[in-house]
Design a binder for this molecule. Structure first.
Ligand code: AHR
Length: 506
């Protein structure tokens, strides 16, 4: 009979496809110092594309306790300072709002000015008194130093209403621009990122469009009216399965800056290692959509009529992972959206972030779903808030990883449990390695042309089940150790179930 340890080892071996850059590639490695050791090789001359800083974005929705009780203290009519401080430390460059699915019933005019109606949240339940609306969101984004990203209502809303929102946010003249000024913000906000709907292929919610051709027809109309208000805005079109994506790209590519892909990983009950298989499948989805969008080069935008009164797309289409995260079946609250994340989930998050780096050439932005209380790195109760395990890789990658992705591979028997990605700013090499093996440390030989000593930033926890909880808010199960490796060191002992970011001068 196989032991649990052997079984988990086998699971990791199954993940090793041996084909993708950065994924584990078993193969012969000479002179390794342990039979299950690995060699990590970085080729800085092999660029994989610029990493958009916007892959570290966040997302907040009018859903459950995400905004009221999370971002916003409605009793005191202010942003929760404890939450704001934690979100600020994630340094998100981008913040998406107001949904998500709620977009399909959300009317932005309800959330501006002195008189705000109380509405039922028909999608997620509860009441929205609209105390947190556009100006509050944009102020919050400003406090974070994040670019705002708004999604418009293509369900109960209209193209005109969406264009008026663009005017409210970005114009210097017009009735809505005047309203904004009267509401306390004389200067335009300059909202650059606009999502045309959300998951419009979905049948189960209030989605009206569902058929790709219906979406295309409406989206063209929305795009035209919105771009007439501000031709500089960038548009995120809704993606879904291959067939939908192909039709949307063929029809809308002249005005499609991004096509969306939503990724929620999940493990099988009682099988934590299966989380990584789920995430590996998501890398395959990114690569599939990446191959689809590559065909729609800027040169494909031909004969764009001057009568549109704005120009057609001039950059490659990129993927907007405008919802990504981990959504297990055992969450609490409505729709199981309040998750307690274990350390295994944090390993999953680091794996996702490696994937984003490896596929940098096609990913334009990514916003984690969602920031507070809903599938979230930050959880609150009435008196306190905590950072869950997944918070720590989000913060560390944002802090350390470079702007250009370069090729990295792991080889050798120990490689199957590893996930690697490398980046550089031209001066420093940053190597991110996740050891998903909860069984053992893995000795790694570092094969990269560097000049200085390596500095290691290591995140660990006592077990993959470890988690931070509101019941013990003062306890942090995540350990962060930073150390400089001895001069000339070319090896690194990677702790079991750990995340390490190694840096050295080039
Ligand atoms: O993030 C929670 C929900 O998941 C979003 O509202 C929806 O877009 C997705 O299905």
């Amino acid at each position: 009979m196989k032991t649990m340890k052997q079984q988990s080892r086998r699971e990791f071996m199954k993940l090793s496809t041996g084909t993708l850059l950065g994924a584990a590639v078993p193969g012969p490695v000479k002179k390794l110092f342990r039979p299950d050791a690995a060699e990590v090789t970085v080729d800085v001359s092999h660029g994989l594309g610029d990493i958009s800083p916007n892959i570290y974005g966040q997302f907040i929705e009018h859903l459950g306790r995400a905004i009221y009780g999370g971002i916003y203290d409605d009793g005191k009519r202010r942003f929760r300072p404890d939450v704001l401080e934690k979100v600020q430390q994630l340094r998100p460059p981008l913040l998406r709002y107001p949904g998500g699915t709620v977009t399909k019933i959300y009317h932005w005019k309800d959330g501006v000015g002195p008189n705000r109606p109380v509405r039922k949240n028909l999608i997620w339940g509860g009441i929205d008194n609209n105390h947190f609306g556009t100006d509050e969101f944009l102020r919050y984004a400003e406090l974070l130093g994040a670019a705002p990203f708004l999604t418009v209502n293509m369900g109960t809303g209209t193209a005109e209403e969406a264009a008026q929102w663009v005017e409210y946010c970005n114009a210097t003249a017009g009735d809505y621009a005047t309203q904004r000024s009267n509401n306390g913000h004389a200067q335009p906000y300059g909202v650059h990122y606009w999502g045309l709907g959300n998951e419009e292929a979905a049948k189960e919610d209030a989605g009206r469009l569902q058929d790709p051709q219906d979406y295309i027809k409406q989206a063209w109309y929305y795009a035209k009216l919105m771009k007439l208000q501000d031709p500089s805005i960038e548009l995120v079109m809704v993606g879904d399965q291959d067939g939908w994506n192909q039709q949307v790209l063929e029809a809308l590519h002249p005005v499609c800056d991004y096509i969306s892909l939503h990724l929620y990983a999940r493990s099988k009950p009682g099988d934590p290692a299966s989380l990584f298989a789920s995430i590996a499948a998501m890398e395959a989805s990114i690569q599939k959509l990446g191959a689809q969008i590559r065909a729609f080069t800027p040169e494909k935008v031909e004969n764009f009529s001057k009568w549109y009164r704005f120009s057609g797309r001039q950059q490659p289409v990129r993927i907007a992972l405008d919802e990504w995260g981990i959504w297990e079946a055992n969450g609490q609250g409505a729709y199981g959206l309040e998750m307690e994340y274990t350390w295994n989930h944090a390993l999953g998050v680091a794996t996702f972030l490696n994937i984003f780096q490896r596929n940098a050439a096609v990913i334009g932005l990514a916003t984690w779903a969602q920031t507070v209380n809903v599938l979230a790195p930050i959880m609150t109760n009435e008196t306190t808030s905590i950072c869950q395990t997944v918070y720590y890789p989000l913060a560390l990658y944002r802090k350390l990883c470079g702007p250009r992705s370069v090729a990295a591979t792991a080889t050798g028997a120990g490689a199957a449990a590893l996930d690697v990605a490398a980046s550089t700013d031209g001066k420093t090499l940053t190597l991110a390695i996740v050891n998903r093996d909860s069984r053992a440390a893995i000795d790694i030989r570092l094969n990269a042309k560097t000049t200085g000593q390596w500095t290691a930033h290591e995140l660990t926890a006592a077990s993959i089940e470890a988690k931070n909880t509101l019941a013990a808010p003062a306890t942090n199960v995540v350990g962060h150790r930073q150390r400089t490796l001895p001069a000339g060191a070319k090896t690194y002992a990677m702790a079991a179930h750990s995340i390490t970011i190694l840096q050295a001068a080039l």
